[in-house]
Design a protein around this ligand. Structure first.
Ligand code: DX5
Ligand code: ZN
Length: 221
């Protein structure tokens, strides 16, 4: 069973408390929070006060996805916000090894996100330091974009790399996830599925989360 991480970027911010309460009631394992700075990505989302409020209300793992330049400047700030998993972009980190070590030293799980154009080989040397690789299946910056299907093969290759290195790194897929691609992603090796619009535009989001959470890989007979 995959871990489902609803992305609150797609929630109605006027009713954020209701969205968090819905996630609490659901089979979601994580709550995914997209922090954007208008520089690494061409959009600005939300930041520290919102994360603090989500932390107070959620019973789930707080999964913070930083789409910001120089994320190393803010690691302890996000720790104070209550992040459990802190994901930085490979493309935003000149000293990725040092940044990952610093995240672990602060007591958080490490995440590294890869843009669709960034090869998985860029992570080979640091794989033992990564708890979660977040493969972007859209170009980061906006919710509700079309799923880029080449991530399926990328997921399978990353899974192979993880198995070969005997590391316990998990694979998270972020962007355009829906019932139309979730089964294939899980089959390819995805452990965590982020879902924004697919969950929040559903007539019954709790049910939609349950459907995603209960997909099983097909058994080859
Ligand atoms: C995109 C964000 C995603 C986004 C996913 O930059 O990182 O987490 O919220 O939303 P959907 O599922 O609508 O593509
Ligand atoms: Zn995200």
């Amino acid at each position: 069973m995959a871990i489902i991480a609803p992305s609150i970027l797609a929630a109605d911010f006027l009713r954020l408390g209701d969205a968090i309460e819905m996630i609490n009631r659901s089979e979601a394992g994580w709550v995914h929070c997209d922090v954007m700075d208008g520089k690494f990505v061409p959009n600005i989302s939300f930041g520290i006060p919102v994360l603090e409020a989500v932390r107070r209300a959620t019973t789930k793992i707080l999964d913070v996805h930083l789409m910001i330049v120089e994320p190393e400047r803010y690691l302890s700030v996000f720790k104070s916000c209550g992040a459990d998993v802190l994901t930085v972009h490979q493309e935003a980190c000149i000293h990725l090894h040092r940044t990952l070590q610093a995240i672990r030293d602060l007591g958080m799980k490490t995440g590294v996100a890869l843009n669709p154009s960034t090869p998985i080989s860029t992570l080979e040397e640091v794989l033992p330091l990564i708890d979660v690789v977040c493969l972007m299946s859209v170009n980061p910056g906006f919710g509700g974009q079309k799923f880029i299907s080449s991530v399926i093969d990328k997921t399978a290759r990353l899974k192979q790399m993880i198995n070969t290195s005997k590391s316990s790194t998990l694979i998270e897929i972020d962007g355009g996830v829906s019932m139309a691609n979730a089964q294939t992603l899980i089959q390819a090796g995805a452990d965590i599925l982020v879902a924004g619009n697919f969950v929040f535009t559903a007539s019954n989001p709790v049910h939609t989360i349950s459907e995603l959470a209960n997909i099983r890989p097909m058994v080859n007979i």
